[in-house]
Ligand binder design. Structure first.
Ligand SMILES: NC(=O)c1ccc[n+]([C@@H]2O[C@H](COP(=O)([O-])OP(=O)(O)OC[C@H]3O[C@@H](n4cnc5c(N)ncnc54)[C@H](OP(=O)(O)O)[C@@H]3O)[C@@H](O)[C@H]2O)c1
Length: 168
């Protein structure tokens, strides 16, 4: 999440904007988050890189995190596809690790994979596209199945059921 990174009347590079933004790292392991935050602070000279505890497998933790924000109005959200990124995603599967290694020259680096997220967080004037789907730093076509309201409602209900929560 970034805040205050936009500068009117000019278009500085994403790195410069990032260095001026307030950045929150939400993570379940605060020590690991702090270590990443120190690296980013040192790289960008931005002291406003903050770590917040968030365990996405625990609804209490999600609520506590959300309540800590009190974001107010003017918040925008974007659905983002990073591309296929050489991350730690496949670390639990030996087969996928092998495939990942085989195809690694064709995969994006973490820095490349972050570009669409940075684009959505930092580009001025993107606000009317809040809620849209982005890939490779542009708004992208969404398949009809993903636009089906009935399917979306079912997914929402099943998710609530699995989490044992009721949505008012
Ligand atoms: N890599 C790709 O090609 C790709 C493509 C499209 C979409 N995605 C999606 O992008 C997301 C991130 O993927 P990634 O490639 O960055 O995977 P990754 O390298 O495995 O990173 C996952 C991150 O999520 C954190 N995490 C896991 N469980 C959590 C929990 N319960 N609460 C809070 N944090 C938790 C992990 O924290 P720890 O460090 O504590 O383990 C880790 O930092 C996934 O949803 C993935 O499906 C990835």
């Amino acid at each position: 999440m970034t805040e205050g990174g936009k500068v009117r009347g000019s278009s500085p590079s994403p790195l410069i904007l990032f260095a001026r933004a307030r950045v929150y790292i939400a993570c379940r392991d605060v020590l690991k988050g702090e270590s990443a935050a120190s690296e980013i602070r040192a790289d960008t000279k931005n002291s406003q890189v903050l770590v917040r505890k968030l365990d996405l497998s625990d609804t209490k933790s999600i609520r506590a995190f959300a309540e800590g924000f009190r974001a107010g109005t003017g918040v925008t959200t974007y659905a983002v596809h990073p591309g296929i990124v050489r991350s730690e995603l496949v670390r639990h599967s030996f087969l996928l690790c092998l495939l990942w290694r085989l195809f690694s020259p064709f995969l994006k680096t973490a820095r490349e994979g972050a570009q669409t997220s940075l684009h959505c967080a930092l580009t001025e004037g993107l606000e009317p596209l809040s809620g849209k789907y982005f890939s490779d730093c542009k708004k992208t076509w969404v398949s009809p199945r993903a636009r089906n309201n009935k399917t979306a409602e079912r997914l929402w209900n099943v998710s609530c059921e699995l989490l044992g929560i009721r949505w008012e």
